[in-house]
Design a protein around this ligand. Structure first.
Ligand SMILES: [Zn+2]
Ligand SMILES: [Zn+2]
Length: 422
C-alpha cells in the first residue's frame, strides 16, 4: 500500500505548558482545535512541512488519552499514515494476519475515516490509518435522499447499520426462503439500516434517531454496529444539525430507534441529543418501556429515554393524532403493544413511515413477521389493512431498516405485491 506520514500524535497532560514549548519555544503555528466527541479528545494540529504534529488533550476522565497519560505519562501516542483506500488497506493487513484494533474504518476528525493497527503488530507503536474526507465523501451518496410531498420535504438520513439474527428477523419463515432475500453472515446475522426520517414543513421533525453512541464495545460487537457514517454525518449532508430539530417523534422506544435520543456530555451526564426539541412518545409505549419485563428488557435501555423526562422535554400522546400539520401518528400494535407508524399527507399525496411494521422490503408478504414481535397476530391484522391502503392510495413507503431501499411504492400485479424503489 502507498502510505504518507500524515501526522504524529502526542498525548499531553498540561496543554498550556505544551503550547509554551511547541508554539513558544519551537515557534510552530497551531490550528484551531478540533473536537472528536466519540474519543473524548480535543486535538491541536501544528503543520510541519507535509505532515503535522498533533497535541491530544483528554476532555473527560474516560478518554483513552486520559488513560494513556495516567499509565505512561505524556508523550508519543501514535503515528498516522494516510492511505488512498482504507478498506483495501485493512483487507491487505488482515490477509497477512496483522493484529488490528479496528477491523472496520470509523469516523475521525474532519470527516476522515480512520482505523488503528495494534502496537503489538507495529513493534510498540500505535499506528493509525487514515483516508481523507475527499475520498470518504463518495460514500455519502447513498445515505441521504430527498423527496417532495406537496409542501413537505422528506429527507431520509442514516445512523449506520446493525446486525440481527436472521431467524429472529423473519419469525416463522424458514431460512431457505428468507436467506434468498437477504444473505446472512457466518453468525447467521442479517444487516439492517437505521434510517430516521426528517420532515420539513411548519417545523422540522425527525422520526426516530437510530442507535446513538452511548453503548460499549461489547454491545457494538453483539449487534455488529457499523456507524462509520452516522446520524451527525448524514444530518450535515442534509444541511442540518441537531440544533435545527424542533420535534423528535418516536415510533417506539427500542434501542435501534431511540438510542440516538440522548447523548453523554463531557462529564458523563446524559442529556437530550436535540437541544431545542420536544420529544413526542406514545403514552402506552412509555409505560411499557419504563416497566420492562423479561421478554422485552433487552430492547429497552432506560438511558435512551428517562433523561428526556428529567429534562422536561417529553410529551406523551394518548391516541392517534396530528403532531404537526400533515403528520399524524397511527397505532399499529403488534411489534409492541403501542408501536405506531407515521402517516404524512400534503398536496393530495400520502407517505408512510412504517418503522417495525414492515422493517424491510423483504417483510412485505403479510406472514413475514419478525420473531421479535410481541403480538404477531396484531402485526398481521395491521399489515393486512395498511398494505391494502398503501396500494389503493399509492402511498410512498419509508423502510427504516432496509439496508438498500430507503423508500418505494407497493405495486400489485396479478395479486402479487412488490416494492418499486424510488
Ligand atoms: Zn423495534
Ligand atoms: Zn427496529
Amino acid at each position: 500500500m502507498k502510505a504518507i506520514l500524515d501526522h504524529v500524535g502526542i498525548a499531553v497532560q498540561d496543554l498550556d505548558a505544551a503550547l509554551a514549548f511547541y508554539r513558544g519555544a519551537l515557534g510552530l503555528e497551531i490550528e484551531p482545535p478540533e473536537e472528536v466527541p466519540s474519543q473524548r479528545v480535543r486535538a491541536h494540529f501544528m503543520p510541519v512541512g507535509e505532515s503535522s504534529l498533533e497535541l491530544l488533550e483528554a476532555t473527560a476522565p474516560e478518554s483513552p488519552i486520559a488513560a494513556f497519560v495516567q499509565k505512561r505519562g505524556p508523550g508519543l501516542h501514535h503515528i498516522t499514515l494516510r492511505v488512498e483506500d482504507i478498506a483495501a488497506a485493512i483487507a491487505q493487513l488482515k490477509a497477512r494476519g496483522t493484529r488490528l484494533i479496528d477491523e472496520r474504518p470509523r469516523p475521525g476528525a474532519e470527516g476522515a475515516l480512520v482505523a488503528f493497527i495494534h502496537p503489538a503488530a507495529a513493534h510498540g507503536v500505535l499506528v493509525e490509518l487514515k483516508q481523507t474526507a475527499a475520498v470518504a465523501a463518495i460514500r455519502r451518496l447513498d445515505t441521504v435522499a430527498r423527496y417532495q410531498l406537496g409542501d413537505l420535504e422528506l429527507v431520509t438520513v442514516n445512523d449506520g447499520f446493525l446486525k440481527l439474527d436472521g431467524g429472529a428477523m423473519f419469525g416463522v419463515v424458514p431460512k431457505p426462503l428468507w436467506s434468498r432475500k437477504t444473505a446472512p453472515d457466518s453468525r447467521n446475522r442479517v444487516t439492517l439500516a437505521m434510517r430516521p426520517l426528517i420532515v420539513r414543513g411548519a417545523r422540522t421533525m425527525i422520526i426516530d434517531a437510530g442507535v446513538g453512541d452511548k453503548e460499549n464495545a461489547r454491545f457494538s460487537e453483539i449487534y455488529g454496529l457499523d456507524r462509520t457514517r452516522h446520524l451527525d454525518h448524514t444530518l450535515a449532508d442534509a444541511g442540518l444539525s441537531a440544533g435545527d430539530i424542533d420535534i423528535v417523534l418516536a415510533t417506539h422506544l427500542h434501542f435501534d430507534h431511540a438510542g440516538g435520543f440522548t447523548v453523554r456530555d463531557r462529564n458523563g451526564r446524559l442529556r437530550p441529543r436535540f437541544p431545542r426539541a420536544q420529544y413526542v412518545v406514545r403514552r402506552g409505549e412509555w409505560e411499557d418501556a419504563t416497566h420492562p419485563n423479561e421478554r422485552n428488557r433487552a430492547s429497552y435501555l432506560a438511558d435512551n429515554y428517562l433523561p428526556l423526562a428529567d429534562a422536561g422535554v417529553l410529551q406523551l400522546v394518548d391516541d392517534d393524532q396530528t403532531i404537526m400539520p400533515g403528520v399524524r401518528v397511527r397505532r399499529t400494535g403488534g411489534h409492541t403493544m403501542h408501536h405506531q407508524m407515521v402517516i404524512i399527507e400534503s398536496g393530495g399525496r400520502a407517505a408512510a413511515f412504517v418503522a417495525d411494521l414492515i422493517p424491510t422490503t423483504a417483510h412485505l408478504p403479510n406472514a413475514w413477521i419478525m420473531g421479535f414481535d410481541l403480538y404477531p397476530m396484531d402485526t398481521l391484522a395491521a399489515k393486512h389493512a395498511f398494505v391494502r391502503e398503501a396500494v389503493d392510495r399509492d402511498m410512498l413507503i419509508f423502510f427504516e431498516h432496509d439496508p438498500a431501499v430507503a423508500a418505494g411504492y407497493i405495486r400489485e400485479e396479478d395479486g402479487k405485491r412488490r416494492v418499486v424503489p424510488v
